[in-house]
Design a protein around this ligand. Structure first.
Ligand code: SF4
Length: 314
């Protein structure tokens, strides 16, 4: 063990958000009530540890509803689903339970209202992310009232061509970088001055609070760990924020990946966790570090989150 003391400071808030807690609870309560197996469309939240635990309890994760036997229970993940998936579930006589985060549902409502009002919609988000597919899928293919386009960057805004720039609106994925999204919205406003957007942006409170907490860490640490899975959008945005400041950063969600060389010459380490990463993984990481060196641990003060979402009928 090294004689050097390493200071570890923990970001606040970090880890589970209200939408993730609700989605996991919905799966657990469904299992409790109906017994295994229970099917979930896509990973209910993007965390390897959580998914492994649920699989062990009898949850089967599928990417296509065709994989599910008729009349089974299916849970839609926290990321939300398209209208086509809801229709398909009815077609296959599945009993659906919706674990979509209410803050994603709010964006779905915005899209539906904009479509009814005959707006063309620009979605700011990451191609292929299930939340983006679900939100864009609120506009059905061949819709006569509206079209929805995806932009991921300012370059995409520059390339964008819309037929009616006077009836244009935007929405965004809930887990994006606040700063990058603002730059894309600014570029949209410059190109399309009449574009309309949500009253407050669509990036959720949990994403914003975790990004603000990391901003408070930057400059005080020579290494930041982000506990979260590779496919977790909000965890990756936390990682990007640190790396953009040329500070060493590691995304980790499985402590078997831990490498002691990461700690070489480091005195001040920050730890945060994405909204889908449980606190137990943060404590596991601290445990790994303690095996190598002495540590002093402190919590950085931050916003206290009190949001709780009601469960649907199960
Ligand atoms: S990160 Fe935000 S949108 Fe996603 S589940 Fe959590 S609260 Fe909901």
């Amino acid at each position: 063990m090294s004689k050097e003391m390493i200071n570890i400071s923990l970001a606040n808030p970090r880890g589970f958000c209200a939408g993730v807690e609700r989605a996991i609870l919905i799966v657990e309560k469904t299992l409790e009530k109906y017994g295994a197996p229970i099917y979930v469309h896509h990973e209910v939240v993007h965390n390897k540890f959580v998914i492994k635990g649920l699989k062990e309890k009898g949850v089967i994760f599928v990417e296509s509803l065709k994989e599910i036997p008729k009349s089974s229970h299916v849970i839609f993940s926290a990321h939300g689903v398209s209208k086509a998936v809801v229709k398909e579930s009815d077609k296959f006589n599945l009993i659906s339970i919706d674990a979509t985060c209410p803050l994603v549902t709010k964006v779905h409502r915005e899209v539906n209202k904009l479509s009814n009002d005959k707006y063309t919609i620009i979605m700011i988000g990451h191609k292929g992310h299930p939340e983006v597919e679900g939100t864009m899928g609120q506009i059905e293919q061949n819709s006569l009232t509206s079209q929805i386009f995806l932009v991921e960057s300012i370059e995409d805004v520059n390339k964008l061509k819309v037929s009616n720039p006077n009836k244009l609106s935007y929405v965004s994925q809930t887990t994006l970088s606040i700063d990058d999204t603002k730059k894309i919205i600014d570029a949209l406003i410059v190109k399309y001055p009449l574009i309309v957007g949500p009253k407050s942006n669509d990036i959720c409170y949990a994403t914003q609070n975790r990004q603000e907490a990391v901003k408070r860490m930057i400059g005080k640490h020579d290494l930041v760990f982000v506990v979260g899975s590779k496919n977790s959008s909000n965890s990756n945005r936390l990682l990007d924020m640190v790396k953009d400041k040329d500070i060493d950063a590691v995304l980790i969600d499985d402590m078997t990946q831990f490498q002691s060389k990461w700690l070489k010459n480091k005195k001040n380490i920050g730890i945060t966790a994405g909204a889908s990463a449980p606190e137990v993984l943060v404590q596991d990481l601290i445990h790994e570090i303690k095996k190598i060196t002495k540590v002093s641990i402190s919590e950085i003060e931050g916003i206290q989150e009190t949001t709780i979402f009601k469960l649907p009928k199960i």
